[in-house]
Design a protein around this ligand. Structure first.
Ligand code: ADP
Ligand code: MG
Length: 736
């Protein structure tokens, strides 16, 4: 009998094991039994041949309709052409060789059904005949005919044939054979899932599930198998996350309960608007966490413009009132500067401790970035270390070792996706007397299940409503078939500027042989990008705007390659209204807040992701003035790119758009690079569709970890967890 960690060569022989290892990265019994079929075919249902894609390695089930052999002129060779059909479309199989030499000639005759496997190509006959899809020298397996030996009639008709992700040299049916050999000898040991959990959720045993997923006798059995295996994926992941939460919450932290009559009260009293119900409620959750003796670990999410910054600032003030300091980390210099400016502005006299005009209870806010001048930096470091600065705003530079805090009580991480766990840990080290509380803010709203997995070790707070009185943002696509719209676009900018408003123009690229590492990443080129022109670049568009399209307007340029001081200067001038049009890359994607800006033009908008576009347009319509977002594209109507843009234009619901965004990506991309490899522990589970299951698994996992944190009473489960953590090298867990 074979255990899961047994090398495949012991069961299948060195030759087959080698192909499985090199072609599919399958090394052990465990790897192979978790290599699930990609889909299932039923004998009655032939593969749709129209759906085949050139260049793909496919396995199709089809029926032979014609067999024709002919000699090749001036050559000793012989060509066998076999046509197979799915009932309407056809596919040609070609075999070259010597007459009478192949199995194909003996086994394939009209009426025979079989599985055919090979690479799809298209043959275009000279003289312009109809192009014909073909497989050259495919591997094949003839399916036994009804009534032939060994196939009982009923079983035969209903047999479900698994189709595996195959590789050259190892066809689907050979993988099926390997899997069956391994399953026959498999010794799973005790089921890793506790019996009561299986019973509560009506789940079948693991052995039964593995047999069911590979060779289901009927569709019901397949469904039960999938449910059990999905459960395992969700549950083991949630166990890991629950353990992390538990470990983190066991650490000591200094409680920072609310102090009446302090800075926070003064701030609230001076706020020029009323907090939304959501802001108040989330504020309460955070206030309660901060009062606790264990560190807060909370994710704050909400749509663009939902007002996350005020919520974070109120948390910071509560900590400052409690005698501690708060650090706010931003992913870029532009954002750090922006936060610094808006926090000082919101606090007003409350941020001017020790200065003329400062309020009594005032504190100080300092900015600390990697590129600031030595003098400013020294001053900032000093104020952080002495505790004079209640709030320290910065970039990654904050994480450097020589940055000292007098009493760091709270770390707010803005736009989480660019900070890893190591960086968060580095900051925690800086807190004396326990770990600081941590509040993470996401840039874009994320679906609940993604929050529960990708950010699963954090508690989640969601701001689901936008502040009232917020003007609406209208979004339009400026398409290639309507050139007049583009002319109108420039005109609209002029009109807004004439009314004293401002505009953004965003391009996917900087231009001039740049290396754009510093800018927010644009999505990698998709398959439809092939052979297209390079996207519009800031530095190429600038002269056209100045000389032709927007002559006379004051245009500022912002991109990641500018020296930090210049970036800051440009942003300041834009915020002060000294620049009419800000021509930029995606550095303006997050957080930038200039309420007087009313138009956002996005060039080559199809080059950006859905969430990114939503984030970008969130830069306008931030005040009481309505926002206008124009998505300029040359994507043709009906193309996938156009559909995405139309979706963005049709709704301002960030949660709906982020779902759409995620649906269009592979699961691996959702979870990050570490997940993209073959050995993803999430093979069947889809974050968007299996919400109910993930939620249930989370509840069960939390309860189990609560009762038995180290899984001492669940050895088999602990072993499965170890395998998963090892496989992922905790890759995406680390990301949170
Ligand atoms: P985001 O959630 O995108 O970070 P911000 O915190 O930047 O949003 O808030 C967007 C804008 O809305 C800011 O100008 C902020 O001052 C303003 N704002 C926040 N809360 C409210 C509110 N309750 N009423 C009115 N305006 C608000
Ligand atoms: Mg923000």
């Amino acid at each position: 009998m074979a255990k899961l960690d047994e090398p495949l060569r012991n069961l299948l022989g060195a030759k087959t094991a080698k192909v499985l290892a090199s072609g599919l990265e399958l090394h052990t019994v465990g790897d192979l039994v978790h290599h699930y079929p990609r889909r299932y075919a039923q004998r009655g249902e032939l593969t749709d041949l129209d759906g085949l894609v050139d260049g793909e390695h496919v396995t199709v089930m089809a029926e032979v309709t014609k067999v024709q052999g002919r000699t090749i002129p001036r050559s000793p060779g012989y060509l066998l052409e076999v046509t197979v059909s799915d009932g309407h479309g056809t596919l040609k199989l070609t075999f070259f060789g010597r007459k009478g030499a192949w199995r194909a000639e003996k086994e394939l005759s009209p009426g025979v059904r079989g599985l055919f496997s090979g690479k799809v190509t298209t043959y275009r006959p000279r003289g312009g005949g109809r192009p014909q899809r073909q497989l050259t020298h495919p591997e094949f397996r003839v399916l036994p005919e009804e009534g032939s030996a060994g196939a009982a009639a009923r079983e035969f008709a209903e047999e479900i044939i698994p189709i595996y992700p195959a590789t050259k040299g190892l066809e689907s049916w050979k993988i099926e054979e390997c899997v069956q050999i391994v399953l026959d000898q498999l010794d799973l040991g005790p089921d890793p899932m506790p019996g009561p959990i299986l019973r509560r959720h009506g789940l079948i045993g693991l052995g039964e599930a593995l047999r069911g997923i590979h060779k289901p006798r009927d569709w019901g059995e397949l469904e039960r198998a999938r449910r059990r295996l999905k459960w395992d994926e969700a549950f083991v992941l949630q166990i890991a996350l629950a353990q992390r939460r538990k470990a983190a919450s066991a650490l000591p932290a200094k409680p920072r309960p609310r102090v009446r009559g302090g800075l926070l009260d003064a701030f609230d009293a001076a706020l020029p608007f009323t907090l939304t119900e959501g802001q108040l409620q989330v504020g309460e959750e955070i206030a309660a966490d901060l009062s606790g003796e264990h560190p807060m670990h909370r994710l704050l999410q909400g749509d663009v413009g939902a007002g996350k910054t005020v919520v974070a600032l109120r948390a910071m003030l509560q900590v400052v009132d409690g005698g501690g300091q708060a650090a706010l980390l931003a992913p870029t210099e532009v954002l750090a500067q922006q936060h610094y400016r808006s926090i000082t502005a919101m606090l007003g006299p409350l941020a001017e401790a020790g200065r003329l005009g400062g309020a009594d209870k005032a504190t100080r806010v300092v900015l600390l970035t990697g590129s600031q001048g030595a003098k400013a930096r020294r001053q900032a470091l000093l104020e952080a270390a002495s505790g004079e600065a209640g709030i320290v705003v910065g970039t990654h530079a904050l994480l450097q070792e020589h940055v000292q805090f007098a009493d760091l009580g709270l770390v707010v991480v803005d736009e989480q996706h660019r900070f890893g766990v190591e960086q968060r840990d580095a900051l925690r080290e800086k807190a004396a007397g326990g770990r600081p509380h941590v509040l993470v803010m996401t840039a874009t709203p994320i679906p609940r299940t993604v929050a529960m997995t990708v950010f699963g070790d954090l508690e989640t707070s969601t701001l689901s409503q936008l502040p009232s009185g917020r003007a609406e943002i209208k979004t339009f696509v400026v398409p290639p078939e309507r050139p007049a719209f583009l002319a109108r676009t420039w005109e609209r900018i002029r009109e807004e500027v004439a009314q004293g408003r401002q505009a953004y123009i965003v391009c996917p690229r900087i231009g001039a042989q740049e290396d754009e590492e510093d800018d927010a990443p644009t999505p990698p080129p998709g398959p439809d990008d092939e052979g297209r022109r390079a996207p519009v670049a800031v530095l190429d568009l600038l002269p056209r705007l100045e000389e032709e399209l927007l002559t006379g307007l004051r245009i500022g340029v912002l991109h990641g390659k500018l020296p930090p001081d210049d970036k800051d200067a440009v942003m300041r001038r834009f915020a002060a209204g000294e620049i009419d049009v800000l021509l930029a890359t995606t550095v303006v994607e997050v957080g930038v807040d200039v309420p007087n800006a009313t138009v956002m033009v996005i060039m080559d908008a199809d080059r950006f992701g859905v969430s990114q576009l939503h984030q970008l347009r969130g830069r306008v319509g931030r005040g009481s003035l309505p926002g206008l977002c124009l998505l300029v594209t040359d994507a043709e109507p009906g193309s996938r790119a156009r559909q995405r843009l139309d979706a963005v234009a049709s709704t301002t619901d960030g949660f709906a758009l982020s779902r759409l965004d995620l649906e269009q990506r592979r699961e691996g991309d959702v979870l990050g690079a570490a997940q993209a490899g073959r050995h993803s522990s999430l093979r069947l589970l889809t974050l968007l569709k299996d919400e109910e299951l993930i939620r249930t698994a989370r509840t069960e996992a939390t309860a189990l970890v609560e009762a038995d944190p180290d899984l001492q009473g669940h050895a088999a489960l602990a072993a499965e967890l170890a395998v998963m953590l090892d496989e992922e090298r905790a890759g995406f867990l680390e990301k949170a």
